[in-house]
Design a protein around this ligand. Structure first.
Ligand code: 13P
Length: 216
């Protein structure tokens, strides 16, 4: 892979980070993004504000978790790495603490089938992975499990993960998940929302496959 295309990938990660701020799905420096690259992945550095983040600060990590000792990958590199290892169809992982997703995660709630768009995350629910300390292998294992047959999950007392075959698709899904979380939160203010039947979500899953932005 050429140095130019690697540089473009690094810049696309920074651009996605900055757009998380514009979209209101990021809080401070708590989001992180990875993109499959060559024999490993490229991942955001830990605790660097997106406004000042430079392409050379993005960390290349091997699939064995190795990285240049002079660099500091996101504290959440374990789940980024484990998701990319477990899911060959996934090329991008987006993690953030979006307000409504995090409210539901604090309450330990999964998102049920309140709206047909839940199908864009791959099933009739968006699961909430049990709590484990940030950056740990335990959290990584919970996340991989909650993502089984899914493209997004919540993390209890923590935030949200959205994955995709491309960075643009993972970012798009992160926005959709936050919208669903906001809708569910709103419904809970009024009462107990009615849910779509499993059979209807199955029907929608068939129709919605491939929906969302194309591109890298
Ligand atoms: P970073 O280490 O990527 O800055 O993330 C911190 C965090 O809040 C992870 O959940």
């Amino acid at each position: 892979m050429s140095a130019t295309s690697e540089r473009k990938k690094r810049q696309s990660i920074i651009d996605a980070c900055r757009s998380m701020n514009v979209l209101g799905i990021n809080q401070g420096t708590s989001g992180n993004i990875s993109l499959r690259h060559d024999t490993g992945l490229l991942i955001t550095p830990t605790s660097v504000p997106y406004e000042t983040m430079q392409p050379e600060q993005i960390v290349f990590m091997g699939l064995d978790g190795s990285f240049d000792a002079a660099q500091r990958p996101s504290s959440e590199w374990r789940f980024h790495l484990d998701i990319l290892k477990a899911r060959p169809e996934v090329n991008a992982v987006v993690h953030a603490h979006p307000p409504y997703s995090t409210i539901l995660a604090i309450m330990g709630l999964e998102i049920p089938p309140i709206h047909y768009m839940i199908a864009v995350a791959g099933g009739d629910t968006i699961r909430c992975a049990p709590y484990a300390t940030f950056g740990t292998q335990e959290l990584s294992e919970h996340a991989v499990r909650a993502l089984e047959d899914r493209m997004a999950c919540l993390l209890e007392h923590h935030g949200m993960i959205a994955v995709g075959p491309s960075l643009s698709k993972a970012m798009w899904l992160a926005v959709e998940v936050e919208a669903l979380a906001r809708q569910y939160h709103g419904c809970l203010q009024i009462g107990t929302p009615r849910l779509l039947p499993k059979a209807e979500i199955k029907n929608v899953l068939g129709k919605i496959a491939g929906y969302g932005p194309a591109g890298k």
